[in-house]
Design a protein around this ligand. Sequence first.
Ligand SMILES: C[S@@+](CC[C@H](N)C(=O)[O-])C[C@H]1O[C@@H](n2cnc3c(N)ncnc32)[C@H](O)[C@@H]1O
Length: 213
Amino acid sequence: MKNHNQEKYWNDAAEKKEFPTPFKIEEFEKHVSKGMNILDVGCGYGRILNELYSNGFKNLTGIDYSQGMINRGLNEHPYLNLIKTDGDKIPFPDNEFDAVLLVAVLTSNTKDEEQENMISEICRVLKDDGILYLTDFLINQDKRNLERYQKYGDKYGIYGIFELEEGAVLRHHTEEHILKLTKNFDKLVLEKTVFDTMNGHKSNGFYYIGKKK
Ligand SMILES: C[S@@+](CC[C@H](N)C(=O)[O-])C[C@H]1O[C@@H](n2cnc3c(N)ncnc32)[C@H](O)[C@@H]1O
């Protein structure tokens, strides 16, 4: 199920990339309190967990399938609990967490079934009424993006998937797709925005906060 080429891409990127996707901590704090048990899925080098830690959240765990990202995270923030996983199963029991973060991770799990598996695993480890904080990319309308959606649409069978020269396959999503993926959550917040990408471009994106039904 997991795409091993993507894992290699993230390992190669581990020392080179800074992830700029904004994290709306002030919105997050409206729904999640400091003592709660929080999991960051696809935590990268732990930048968001570190921001939460600096703001008084202490019950924090991060998982990522890239050993390179985990190594960098532990090196930069040795006090964080960051764990390498296999990318399919979340290695925790049911009903373990009060909140789960998923920031800029759907974009590199491009197939519908990969994304559905990820959200269903998140649902499983969330407690009843647990919170999902989700941020990812939306379809853009500029020439550069339209050309690449067109170019790779047939190859991948989904509009919005494209390849980067540096080796990644990424996906930009429709809002309808995100709402379908999160159908087992009550939507509390869905705000569309424009943010910087890790390669210095701008992209449409969103942040979503939902409560497990
Ligand atoms: C763009 S980075 C974002 C990292 C972090 N969420 C942030 O915003 O700083 C995507 C991360 O997701 C990880 N990732 C992608 N698919 C994954 C999967 N199926 N399981 C675990 N980690 C995954 C990659 O290794 C990479 O570190």
